[in-house]
Design a protein around this ligand. Structure first.
Ligand SMILES: N[C@@H](CCC(=O)N[C@@H](CS)C(=O)NCC(=O)O)C(=O)O
Length: 217
C-alpha cells in the first residue's frame, strides 16, 4: 500500500496519483493542508520533506520502507519498480529523463506558478510577473506542441511517465490559470485527449483530498 501526501489543487500530486492508478497499485491519499501553511511548518519539514513540498510518497511494500519526494523521482521509481511506463530500452529511458527535467524546469513549474498566483494567492497577481510567466510558458508550450506533431505520446510509441508528468496541471479548469491551450496548441490538445483516455486517468478533484477553491482573480 502506498500513501500519497498532497492535496487536490496540486498537479504535482496528481502526476503521482495518475501513475499509481495507471500501474494499478493500491494507494491512499494523505491530506496536507497546504493552503493553511502545513508544508511551511518546521515539524512537517523535519518529518515529511525538508524541501517543503508535496508530493511525498510512502512506500511500505517490498524491500523496506521508503519516503520519496520530487514527482519525477517518484515517477521513475514507480516505473522501474512496476516495470511499465518508463521507456522500453535505455535510449527511451534517457529520453524520459530529458523530458522530465524539461517539465520540472520550464513547463509544469511556470504553469503551476502562474495558476497559483491567479487562482489561489490572497493578493492580486502582479501583471508584470504574470506577463513574464506567460512568455516563458508560450515558449515551452510551443516546444512540446512541435514535438508532438505526428506523435501519439512524448517518448516512443506508447505512454510513459513523461506524459503523466507534463499533463499534471492541464486538466484543471481553464479559469484557474487563464491559459487557453486548445486554440493555440492543437497537438497538445489532441494529446491531452489521448492521455485522458488512458487507464488510470481521473479528474484530480475527484481523486485527491481537500476542498475545491473558486479562483480568486
Ligand atoms: N519539482 C517538484 C515541485 C513540487 C512543488 O512545487 N509542489 C508544490 C505543491 S504542488 C509545493 O509544495 N510548493 C511549495 C513551495 O514551493 O514552497 C515536484 O515535481 O515534486
Amino acid at each position: 500500500m502506498y500513501r500519497l501526501h498532497g492535496f487536490c489543487q496540486s498537479g504535482n500530486t496528481f502526476k503521482v496519483a495518475f501513475a499509481l492508478r495507471a500501474l494499478k497499485q493500491p494507494w491512499e491519499p494523505v491530506f496536507v493542508d497546504f493552503m493553511n501553511g502545513a508544508t511551511r511548518r518546521p515539524e512537517w519539514r523535519a518529518e515529511a520533506n525538508e524541501m517543503g513540498e508535496v508530493p511525498v510518497l510512502d512506500d511500505d511494500s517490498g524491500d523496506g520502507a521508503r519516503r520519496l519526494t520530487q514527482s519525477a523521482v517518484i515517477l521513475t521509481y514507480l516505473a522501474k519498480k512496476h516495470g511499465a511506463l518508463g521507456g522500453k530500452d535505455e535510449d527511451e529511458q534517457r529520453e524520459v529523463l530529458r523530458w522530465l527535467f524539461f517539465d520540472n524546469h520550464k513547463f509544469t513549474s511556470h504553469f503551476a506558478t502562474m495558476r497559483f498566483m491567479k487562482a489561489f494567492m490572497p493578493v492580486a497577481p502582479d501583471p508584470a510577473v504574470m506577463g513574464f510567466l506567460r512568455g516563458r510558458l508560450d515558449a515551452s508550450f510551443a516546444i512540446v506542441d512541435k514535438h508532438l506533431a505526428g506523435r501519439e505520446f512524448m517518448v516512443g510509441a506508447g505512454p510513459t511517465i513523461v506524459d503523466l508528468s507534463l499533463c499534471g496541471y492541464l486538466y484543471y479548469p481553464v479559469e484557474e490559470s487563464g491559459y487557453e491551450i486548445a486554440p493555440r496548441y492543437p497537438n497538445i490538445a489532441a494529446w491531452l485527449t489521448r492521455v485522458r483516455a488512458l487507464d488510470g486517468w481521473a479528474d484530480p478533484y475527484d481523486i485527491l483530498p481537500g476542498e475545491r477553491i473558486a479562483p480568486k482573480w
